[in-house]
Design a protein around this ligand. Sequence first.
Ligand code: FES
Ligand SMILES: [Fe+2]
Length: 478
Amino acid sequence: MANTDTVSQKSEEVEGLLQRLHEGVDHGRVPVGLYGNSAVYEQELRQIFGRCWVFMAHESEIPNAGDYVVRKIGEDDFIVTRDQEGGIHVLFDACRHRGVKVARASAGNTKGFVCPYHGWTYDIKGRLTGAPLWKSAYGEMEKADKGLLPATQVDSYQGLIFATLDDKTPPLKEYLGDMAWYLDLVFGLNEHGVEVLAPPQRFVIEADWKSGADNFSGDDYHLGTLHRSAIDIGAFPVPFAENMKGYHIQASPGHSLSFSMAASEEEPGPRFFGFPEELNSTFDTSRISQHQLDAARMSRVFVGNVFPNFSILLLPTTDDASKHPATGMLTIRCWQPKGPGKIEAWNWFVGYKNMTPELKQRTYASGLATFSMGGTFEIDDTEPWITIARTGRSVAGEKLQMDMNYEMGLPGVGIATQIKDGSWPGPGIVYKSRFEEGVQRNLFRFYGAMMSAPPDRFPALRFEADEADARAEVPAQA
Ligand code: FES
Ligand SMILES: [Fe+2]
């Protein structure tokens, strides 16, 4: 009985927080109690990570037959494999006999997997192929339905492999919606495409996964304060005020992004995210439109988040401004949930395949110096996120019903203006100026929809109004 009470108290607590989110998000209010909260976290694992398309790996990590990497959906291990025909499989890493983990390394090349407990064996597609002393133990037992369980849907886009555990989740392309236009712009800049430069870095942060998603949805405002020292030493070559010029874009429900962009051809500063001319001259329209290519040319920074926890960042950085000018650096990352208020950051550095070995080395070194566990920017970001999770867990935050503030860019707040005249060539709800937090309101609106939608119904993947923030014009206390 006590247990039942605890469970219902917990779900009441979550419901209360979500109700406050639903009422507040259009007005820029998000309850801090959603962060670091164990009851909320349990619901996120099922309602969000159990249903959304989750990033697994880049195809270049498993180029050959037999290659595999072990990745996560929520807290659960999945083996991502490449078979002899080039097909990709995402297999629940749990032996069908007793549920024992069968992949004993985080990556490798193999013909199959042998369970360490009783020795059931599986091939690279996850099919059960045998077991010790099969005849005595199992004789004529059917093998066909006893392979490793595959993720319910697996697909890839621009080499990015995603999987979901739910058959009601719309197909990947539909789920990405107009975010695909922006993924094309980053990953399809030339005919060669991209590859990961090294295995991912992994490091644990005592922070909520939503802090990473929120930050990479377009929290550009923190740069001038939190990263001031990194800017002072030239790790990033664009002055703060200049860097705030650009666009905030709600590409699709949940998926947001931000561009720092020169306002005109005359303005100085990096083009094509700071890549050198030798690479820029290979960027073309073989896989993207002229509009996408033009936007990329004018861009200094691209940062975005595919809901829930897959982030992309492309910008000029350097490991040592006194020795090397900044060069373009592309990182993709997952904010892997690892318990309430705890994440394991997975961080890949990515290069265009046609970069010279020297340029790959340069971009990798600049990434390690800035956006890695020991990187200047990463260290800066981590500390505040830890304290947000702490505030989220606090008794004071709960008793005082504390909300975080996301009002920037709401009607009458700040300088951002929504572009409605078609002057931006891409899709989505677009704001000029990066002094704007609609990108995060979009993240939290969809977060709320996912958390509250019945398990058998995936939320609608369209903006409710032509302009998502139009509803914000309703008076706050109406
Ligand atoms: S648990 Fe895997 S073979 Fe028994
Ligand atoms: Fe940052």
